[in-house]
Design a protein around this ligand. Structure first.
Ligand code: SF4
Ligand code: SF4
Length: 72
């Protein structure tokens, strides 16, 4: 299961979330463009396991794009 989920259509591409991840796994997806015209932030599937669920990214995002799930 993914730990970090992005509501990509809400992302404004500000890149703030990429600056606060201690694992440096958040990137802008330059291959995709959302309906607002921005490259959305994402964590690649292969990097999901590196996430420590600290929620820094979710707290930093001004547009409530990011949800972080902690494994039980
Ligand atoms: S929850 Fe923490 S480790 Fe996971 S992507 Fe967000 S900032 Fe990075
Ligand atoms: S902080 Fe939010 S709006 Fe800004 S790039 Fe990250 S997910 Fe997108």
């Amino acid at each position: 299961m993914k730990k970090v989920v992005f509501d990509e259509e809400r992302c404004k591409g500000c890149e703030l979330c990429t600056t606060v991840c201690p694992k440096n796994i958040i990137v802008m997806d330059t291959k995709r463009i959302n309906s607002q015209g921005f490259h959305p932030a994402t964590v690649k599937d292969e990097d999901q396991e590196k996430c420590i669920a600290c929620a820094n990214c979710a707290k930093r995002c001004p547009d409530l794009v990011i949800s972080v799930y902690r494994p039980e």
